[in-house]
Design a protein around this ligand. Sequence first.
Ligand code: IMP
Length: 421
Amino acid sequence: MTINLVLGTQWGDEGKGKIVDYYSADVDYVVRFQGGNNAGHTIKVGDEVYKLHITPSGVIQGRIGVIGNGCVIDPEVLIHELNDLTKRGIKPQLLISDRANIIMPYHKILDGAEEQFLGEKKIGTTKRGIGPCYSDKISRNGIRTIDLIDPDTLEKKLDVILPIKQKILDAYEINNKLDKKEILKAYTDFGKQLKSYITFTHIELNKAIQKGKNILFEGAQGTMLDVDYGTYPYTTSSHTIAGGACIGAGIGPKHIDDIIGIVKAYTTRVGEGPMPTELFDRTGKHLAEIGHEFGTTTSRPRRCGWLDLVVVRQSCMISGITKLAITKLDVLDGLKDVKICTSYMLNDKKIDYFPADIKKVEKCKPIYQEFNGWDKINKNTLKFSDLPKNAQKYLKFIEKKLKVPITIVSIGPGRNETINV
Ligand code: IMP
């Protein structure tokens, strides 16, 4: 039995899809435990490309996908993904937690309205209704999957919630009348389509653990978007760290064997908020172009910069990361020099932690370690020792500074462009 957890250590988009695919080989279950369709995973199988936002990617390889209680689900998007997979010859095996919260139409409208109201101070959300849905969950006004298959309860809840939401929409001067009948009909219909998948996934998963099954937990976003440990308020609204898997799937921490932190060889972020190593020069453009740094969900260009070990060190600590997978190393090919940020200067003081105060983060100036670059990584490289010497130095430095072993180096999007260290 192996139970592994794959997490992003930066601001998301670390290339988790490929590493999840790699670790999915022998697993029975692939579990999403937080987030919703703000995430985007691209999976290539032969010539086929699959883009999934809420369905756990393992269903493509015939694994049982689980959407845990910690997730928020837009049923329309989920049904669309499931229908698309079925059309393409994949019969998804899926279990959806009866406790997961549902993204309702007013969540999506409010996400947009709040962002517009914030103007220059906006978060830069994906506008998928994620934040408003999690807010309702915590304030106990949420609609859960179990409610979709019980029209009476759904109606009673809507009777309480809709007038409140209407007041808020009116206050934002949004000309949108929430129609209870329409919403009730649409969401009851979604419930009918999803009913066969909805179950107590936490019990199923704990039974699977007792039976010695192999399970992979698939994190979405990254540590710096965690609602507590990220660049708050420029974060998502869920727990993207290892602890999030226990809460969001209902399993005890002692069951997890390895916690694999995905580290992109440089840094990217989408949306607003500080990013100390951001580059505004030719190198930043190089990383964006060569790395195809555009959001899978919103197609927004990603901000790019040097690798920031203050960020990754914090991720390793908070999540107890046991192994590292370095992705997109090849994107650094051809750069004369490459840099890694090891600490920050803040008001003439050297610090090696990430401040909670956003105003302080904005003032942090990265302190870099410089390395000579390398020409081109041979995509057929199978061994660490066959990588260019300077690339090896770069990786060894990361490992030494983080005190966590690198076990995978990805040098391209293909399955075979992967080095096992
Ligand atoms: P939300 O999750 O849509 O509320 O967006 C909050 C912040 O998280 C924004 O800066 C988004 O760009 C960012 N974000 C959400 N999901 C992802 C993701 O999968 N990758 C990268 N950034 C994300």
